[in-house]
Write a protein that binds this ligand. Structure first.
Ligand SMILES: C[S@@+](CC[C@H](N)C(=O)[O-])C[C@H]1O[C@@H](n2cnc3c(N)ncnc32)[C@H](O)[C@@H]1O
Length: 219
């Protein structure tokens, strides 16, 4: 296993496969392979199941999540990608916001063996509802597949004082009729208007159709 240079020792690779070191050895989240190397349990991170892994597999090199990061994760679903973020931020916290009760129940189960992963049943468009639980965050990661994805990121970064943000923009959630590239440019422009510097913007194809990952820093 080789640490990916840009990842501050939080993500590893072997050939074309990507891994994180499990923060909850013995617990699988989505049937992932868990090879043990030198006494450490690694979890294979599947780019077909996670947009953050797809970003890395596509050459993304801006990864503002370190071992001690406090991450606010919007659109956690059952916790597939959040569990890898919890491996990466092993000495920090991952606040997982999800508003669908059925996904939330599965999320709670996947958070239970991971002391740094906290499930929050709330609407990501209303950060004031979970402000008292989260306090502050270093990074906001968003994957909510709904309208106004750029503003949801910017609003949460403002409320929680986050320096960095990542958003997996789904073009069809913004406008089914518009060309995806035009939707992505509009999201990037909106983030700039909201005081962000674009650090990277990268297509997630072929893993995810009509999605782009945008990584920003507060200017
Ligand atoms: C594409 S899935 C997320 C997958 C997850 N990020 C992963 O990689 O494992 C999008 C999730 O966002 C949730 N969602 C959509 N709008 C939301 C909102 N306004 N607040 C909280 N969750 C939301 C949906 O219920 C869904 O579970």
């Amino acid at each position: 296993m080789q640490p990916l240079e840009f990842s501050n020792g939080t993500v590893f690779s072997e050939g074309r496969h990507i891994y994180t070191i499990s923060a909850a050895p013995g617990h699988r989240v989505y049937g992932e392979r868990t090879p043990v190397v030198d006494g450490k349990e690694y979890r294979e991170w599947n780019p077909n199941r996670s947009k953050l892994a797809a970003y890395i597999a596509n050459g993304g090199k801006v990864l503002p999540i370190g071992k001690c990061s406090n991450v606010l994760y919007l659109g956690a679903s059952s916790g597939t990608t959040p569990s890898h973020v919890s491996d990466m931020a092993s000495e920090g916290k991952v606040y997982c916001v999800e508003f669908a009760p059925r996904m939330f129940r599965e999320l709670v189960g996947n958070c239970s063996p991971r002391p740094n992963m906290m499930p929050i049943l709330a609407d990501a468009t209303k950060p004031s509802e979970y402000q008292f639980v989260v306090g502050s965050a270093d990074v906001v990661y968003e994957d909510v597949a709904q309208k106004n994805q750029a503003d949801i990121l910017a609003d949460n970064m403002e409320v929680f004082g986050a320096r960095y943000g990542m958003v997996a923009v789904k073009a069809r959630s913004e406008d089914v009729a518009e060309a995806p590239k035009a939707v992505f440019r509009r999201a990037e422009e909106r983030l700039k208007e909201r005081g962000m510097r674009i650090l990277d913007a990268r297509s997630l194809e072929p893993f995810e159709d009509s999605h782009e990952m945008i990584v920003v820093e507060k200017a």
